[in-house]
Write a protein that binds this ligand. Sequence first.
Ligand SMILES: [Mn+2]
Length: 330
Amino acid sequence: MNENRELFEVIDVIEAHHSFLISSHISPEGDALGSQLAFASVLESMNKEVVIVDAHPVPKRYDFLPLVDKILSLKEYNVMTQGINNIDVAVLLDCPTIDRIGAVKKIIPDECVLLNIDHHTSNSYFADVNYVDSSADSTCQALFDLFNLMNSKIDISVATNLYTGILTDTGGFKHSNTIPKTHMAIAKLLETGIKPDKIFSLLYERWPIERLKLLSKVLGSVESSFNGAFIYMTLTPNMLKEAGAGKELSEDFIDYCLTVEGVEVAAFFREEDEYVKINFRSRGKIDVNKIAGKYGGGGHVKASGCRIKGTLSQAKQEIERDIAKALNCK
Ligand SMILES: [Mn+2]
């Protein structure tokens, strides 16, 4: 794809229209939120009308993002517009498919122009105008390139939002999507005066003590098989109860499994009422997207998830069998 042609098409759409609806995927994280807020700011600086609507609420750890209160729930949006529909363009950010926006899909008028800005290789080019830069580390990086081409002013609030998206999607500049242009963009963003230590602290150092209590229990559950090539952890409802924690606090615990020398695959088993939710991480040799796909889940080669109906021990047995097969065929 010729990205420059795609970029100019996006600019044409922006210039030709006035009223924009912005949305992103369910379970929003740093890149989804940062890209929506940065794009809204730039559009508003061009005197456009902008509304941001997300199907899921903003997680607490992102509540510091500049202008985050602009993000409306569907309920708030419906009250605000009361059936009046004057959206010219619907912009979907960080979404490989349109279904990723969840229930927001219902409020997109048929006649509006659909704009898709993303960086996922799996993007399905679902919109009228698609700007998909799969070489970009994040949607925020793709927007950074767009803003430069538009000569948009990147102020400290836009910079904070873009920085957060790039920082979180690269895992703090440690994933393989970190490339020279990642750091070139970061250098430009830092020049606006944003403070990386403050943003780091706001993102990663505001957990409740219950998270540590839960971590101590989950770390105690660690097991390994196939000579340490497979390391996994378990979270039970009882652990949550004892730690006084919600399951969302366990989100990145699985990463501890990958810190061990010789591990190829990690799994995190979360016991629910009738099923077991499983997250996978791989060092890259084993395609965990394939393993999750067997159970109707999915993701990427190095990170995926799925659910299995049944008990914890049944789920573990099944997955161990899959991992054994994957390790033998590699
Ligand atoms: Mn992203």
